[in-house]
Ligand binder design. Structure first.
Ligand code: GAR
Length: 211
């Protein structure tokens, strides 16, 4: 099983989707730890319920981003993960951190990247009159929300949507996408040389679309 560490900052519904598939046996990963930068969040409770080790590394109390990220790397490396999974981890990472986990750092983002990098993606999709929206799982590189996208799922935008109704529709898709992308790593099907991603040996020229 692929050893993984999952980083969260909040609710942890994506974490739960990963736990559920790992428990049911469909996803061959060993979740060695769940680490939150925010104390007391619900995602930590979800991990405990599943018997997974939890850690809180509160960013408040660190003088700067570089010092925090170094402490975080040390904590993560103690678990020797083959893959580090960002699941609603709401911090920008330093280039040192990203380089340290190059090729084994995944993120899920609530938009059809490259559209709507950054925050408030649902409100922005509505404001800009997008006809469709969705979620993406991508490899993390030094460019914010800019690494190669592995898989996406699309949802319609309805005339009566507000950011919350739209977020809920996207979140359902996130819960399907993330376990699938992690499975590719666990099954050794992904190869990333820093530039080109290969899935099953073939260059991934555009994201896989989950229907
Ligand atoms: C998810 O929608 C995820 O895509 C988003 O935060 C939410 C976390 O929900 N991540 C980002 O916006 C990253 N910049 P969860 O805690 O229930 O998984």
């Amino acid at each position: 099983k692929l050893p993984i560490v999952i980083l969260i900052s909040g609710r942890g519904s994506n974490l739960q989707a990963i736990i559920d598939q790992a428990v049911s046996g469909g996803l061959p990963v060993e979740i060695r730890a769940v680490i939150s930068n925010v104390p007391g969040v619900h995602g930590l409770e979800r991990a405990r319920q599943a018997g997974i080790e939890t850690q809180v590394l509160d960013h408040r109390g660190f003088p700067d981003r570089a010092t925090y990220d170094r402490a975080l790397m040390e904590l993560i490396d103690g678990y020797a993960p083959g893959l580090v999974v960002l699941a609603g981890f709401m911090r920008i990472l330093t280039p040192d951190f990203v380089r340290h986990y190059a090729r084994r750092l995944l993120n899920i983002h609530p938009s059809l990247l490259p559209r709507h990098r950054g925050l408030n993606t649902h409100a922005r999709a509505l404001e800009e009159g997008d006809a469709e929206h969705g979620a993406s799982v991508h490899l993390v590189t030094e460019e914010l929300d800019g690494g190669p996208v592995l898989i996406q799922a699309q949802v319609p935008i309805r005339p009566d949507d507000d950011p919350d109704t739209l977020a809920a529709r996207v979140l359902e898709q996130e819960h399907r996408l993330y376990p699938e992308a992690i499975r590719w790593f666990a099954e050794g099907r992904i190869d990333f040389d820093g530039e080109q991603v290969r899935l099953d040996g073939r260059p991934l020229t555009e994201p896989v679309r989950l229907e």
